[in-house]
Design a protein. Structure first.
Length: 158
């Protein structure tokens, strides 16, 4: 299974830049995961043809927070993916969010705008960075997860 991963879009509507990114990189994905800071529900119009899993982030509107939980577990084939946005300082974030889940294979998160693709204690920690917001990073990125006999991630600069 191929999963497009995005976070920290920080948009109020579905803009042309986001549609271009989605069309170019997520055309053949089976599912899209958004790790929060969607901001407004209209942003999700970019993903209408895809199954989407999402969580609310700290910058999301009340409408988004009422529609999505702050964390969830997604089952994909034989894998469990923990999904959370994150909070507070980027320093120690992985330690804080990992305490929110048990027995997962992958932890997808956002918040920092910095891409991460690393295995820690047998769990793939995956942060796609931000596709549209450069406030904290020099480049815009998204991610791709693939499942086969294991789950792997790839960061893509957009």
């Amino acid at each position: 299974m191929k999963i497009g991963v995005i976070s920290d879009t920080h948009l109020h509507n579905c803009c042309l830049e986001l549609k271009r990114i989605i069309d170019k990189h997520f055309g053949d994905v089976d599912m899209v995961i958004h790790a929060g800071d969607i901001v407004e529900m209209e942003v999700l119009d970019a993903f209408l043809t895809k199954k989407i899993e999402a969580v609310a982030g700290n910058m999301d509107s009340a409408r988004v927070r009422n529609h999505f939980p702050v964390k969830k577990i997604i089952k994909v084939n034989s894998f469990k993916i923990g999904l959370i946005h994150g909070w507070g300082s980027p320093v120690g974030l992985e330690n804080r969010i990992s305490k929110e889940f048990t027995e997962i294979d992958c932890l997808v998160y956002g918040h920092t705008h910095y891409p991460v693709n690393q295995v820690i204690k047998g769990v793939l920690f995956f942060n796609p960075g931000s596709a549209t917001e450069k406030r904290f990073s020099e480049m815009n990125t998204i991610g791709m997860l693939e499942t086969s006999d294991r789950i792997t991630g790839k960061i893509i600069e957009v």
